[in-house]
Design a protein around this ligand. Structure first.
Ligand SMILES: Cc1cc2nc3c(=O)[nH]c(=O)nc-3n(C[C@H](O)[C@H](O)[C@H](O)COP(=O)(O)OP(=O)(O)OC[C@H]3O[C@@H](n4cnc5c(N)ncnc54)[C@H](O)[C@@H]3O)c2cc1C
Length: 424
């Protein structure tokens, strides 16, 4: 079993991606080359702005090449909480915006000819306990009454066989809107698209210092300095306090872990996932899983909030859980075990804001494939002075003031969620 992401093992960063030395001066310097940064960069370049994407590692290194590749409806924060917090009218706006984000990804993939295994088979959320299925029923009714949204379909326990080859769940709720892709092929395709529009991609260029002088920013990297009129910090779960302490106190890195099997025979794929859906369950420490475009079971989750679990140990735990759901996979070898860092905010909402004048956008939880893509695009539009809609700009942004002590308090938070899963 390899302890590297499946996706970049199958598709390494393309050797022919045009890469550059740091340019002396640009209109926009983007820190981080995931979906947020690349969509923003592409948007600004399409309006004629000069852009450099500065990446500490290689292009797409962060969560954007490591995730489950599942684009599911909604945001990380539950929609009822959002309505309570911001009012129904705004919640409707957020809900529609999140739906639009999936269409945006589809549009860009088509427009740029990105071959990333994009499909739209929908998702199925699975009830871990009988009471959770009752919650699904009430959620479906709520979406109908408050949002006029009628796409979710309840799947009773007796009908689950048509959706998933397991008896481990008490029913589900499906929505055909959701989609799936190969995250690494998507992020590398985006990088190519951005480069075609003139974006300057710079690797091994971790920004270590940002100063402001004469109305411009000066960004220090080990490969030289870049001057920029505007800066967008797009580091999400990889944000560090040295260059952006305020942003770092607004977003917490949380580890998520994935394993994958070798490609499965067609008949077994059909049995495990007859509709090729994106699956996740209703636990706090949820499991998410799907068939990859090449027919493997890709199975992820979080046993813990830690970003430093041993990958052999996390594989052992995920494998045990996968076999509880799919005993049919006993004896099928695992090929990869890997991890990446999500950016999670205190209120579970994405946020866009400014620190010392530079912009940041982060906090998508497990919805970043579509939300980071769309928010990055909208921030790019805004920076280019073009029409834009980034509804997270003016919501209050609570911060983790105790974030430096993550390693001390996270085990207690983790235990709290484990207890909720046991009793909830
Ligand atoms: C294991 C896992 C599974 C997930 N599954 C899903 C899923 O199925 N569906 C979904 O919607 N979302 C999922 N997510 C979340 C999703 O992947 C992220 O929300 C999304 O990729 C964030 O994109 P981003 O561009 O904001 O950040 P990232 O892709 O994380 O990119 C940030 C980049 O910033 C760089 N960086 C940091 N500091 C500096 C610096 N000082 N200078 C230069 N560069 C710097 C990092 O090296 C990194 O490459 C998952 C995440 C993980 C980790």
């Amino acid at each position: 079993m390899k302890l590297t992401p499946l996706w970049t093992d199958l598709t390494p960063r393309p050797a022919d991606l045009p890469l550059h030395d740091p340019p002396e001066q640009v209109d926009l310097a983007v820190i981080g080359s995931g979906y947020t940064g690349l969509h923003a960069a592409r948007a600004v370049a399409m309006h004629g702005g000069s852009v450099a994407v500065l990446e500490r590692e290689h292009i797409g290194y962060g969560a954007s090449s490591r995730n489950g590749g599942m684009l599911t409806t909604g945001l990380k924060a539950p929609i009822r909480t959002i309505a309570k917090r911001y009012g129904l009218e705004r919640a409707r706006g957020f809900w529609q915006w999140a739906l639009d984000s999936i269409d945006h990804v589809e549009r860009v993939i088509r427009a740029e000819g990105i071959e990333c295994g994009w499909t739209r088979p929908g998702h199925l959320c699975l009830a871990h306990k009988p009471a959770h299925f009752e919650r699904f029923r009430s959620h479906q009714q709520y979406l109908h009454d408050a949002f006029g949204y009628d796409r979710p379909v309840l799947v009773g326990r007796g009908e689950l066989k048509a959706e998933i080859g397991t008896d481990a769940y008490y029913g589900g709720i499906a929505d055909d809107t959701s989609g799936g892709l190969d995250p690494a092929r998507y992020v590398f395709g985006l990088a190519r698209a951005a480069a075609r529009r003139g974006v300057c991609l710079v690797e091994n260029a971790g920004v270590t210092r940002i100063r402001r002088a004469n109305g411009a920013y000066r960004l220090s990297t080990p490969r030289g300095e870049v001057r920029a009129r505007e800066v967008l910090l797009a580091a999400n779960g990889y944000t560090t306090p040295d260059i952006a302490p305020k942003a770092r106190s607004g977003v917490m890195p949380v580890g998520s872990y994935i394993i994958s099997t070798e490609p499965l025979p067609g008949a077994l794929q059909e049995e495990l996932s007859p509709k090729g859906r994106m699956f996740y369950d209703s636990k706090h420490y949820l499991n998410y899983f799907r068939l990859s475009p090449d027919g493997r079971m890709v199975f992820g989750g979080r046993n813990n909030l830690s970003t430093t679990l041993d990958l052999a140990e996390s594989a052992r735990r995920l494998h045990a859980r996968m076999l509880e759901i799919y005993p049919q996979l006993a004896g099928v070898p695992l090929t990869h075990s890997w991890t990446g860092k999500l950016g999670v905010t205190y209120d579970l909402m994405p946020h866009v804001g400014r620190e010392r004048g530079m912009w940041f956008a982060y906090g998508y939880g497990g919805h970043g494939v579509s939300i980071a893509s769309y928010l990055g695009y909208q921030v790019g539009q805004m920076l280019a002075g073009a029409p834009n809609e980034a509804p997270f700009m003016d919501i209050p942004h609570p911060r983790f003031f105790f974030t430096r002590w993550d390693r001390f308090y996270l085990p207690f938070v983790a235990q709290y969620y484990r207890v909720l899963d046991a009793i909830g």
